[in-house]
Design a protein. Structure first.
Length: 206
């Protein structure tokens, strides 16, 4: 019986995937040690509805290779809380059903990393670097209103740019202070730290 571990990370969109790519590398660099898992697969599931309609088939396809037969498989689901703020507050996905189906398909554990509102609200925790990237005055932050996406779109417009969720966000996200964001939202991202690094985690509370 293999004691190896495969981690499959699924993000709601392309913007989220870029952020988690950078976050994982940040955890690796900060810890200065080897991850506690053997392999990590990261995928953009392209839409909250696909967690319900396509996730299980995708998970089965990605883990059916014989090399993963005896691996411990851990699934990480990354999505925004604002997807629940729809008509009648009806959640688009029943996560209990998703978890049950994933475990029936071989997942030993399912972890949820949920942005409290949206991934843009997470980005805005480091508004100083956003304004620096866009070459905008700090005073403009006083004019911000609306949700995270609306705020970021407003800032981009002021810089004569267009913010499109999931499109060409790499150069912007790479400018963020990921350590600052991790410390601000340690209660969310510590789950990923403990998964990748073991019990010691990344010591973000120190």
């Amino acid at each position: 019986m293999s004691n190896k571990t495969l981690v499959c990370i699924y993000t709601e969109g392309a913007t989220d995937k870029v952020f988690y790519d950078i976050l994982i590398e940040h955890i690796r660099e900060k810890s200065n040690k080897k991850f506690n898992v053997d392999e990590i697969k990261k995928y953009n599931i392209a839409g909250i509805g696909n967690f319900k309609t396509k996730l299980i088939n995708k998970f089965n396809r990605e883990t059916k290779a014989s090399k993963y037969k005896n691996y411990k498989k851990i699934v990480v689901l990354c999505y925004d809380k604002d997807v629940f703020e729809l008509i009648n507050q009806t959640p688009p996905v029943d996560w209990k059903i998703v978890e049950r189906e994933l475990k029936a398909s071989g997942a030993s554990k399912v972890i949820h990393l949920v942005a409290e509102k949206s991934i843009e609200d997470i980005f805005l925790l480091d508004i100083d670097n956003i304004l620096k990237f866009l070459k905008l005055s700090k005073n403009i932050s006083k004019k911000l209103s609306g949700n995270g996406f609306e705020k970021l779109r407003f800032l981009y417009k002021k810089a004569n740019k267009i913010y499109v969720k999931g499109t060409k966000v790499e150069e912007f996200v790479y400018k963020l202070d990921i350590d600052k964001i991790c410390k601000a939202k340690c209660q969310i991202y510590c789950q990923l730290c403990y998964l990748l690094l073991g019990e010691r985690g990344c010591n973000n509370n120190e």
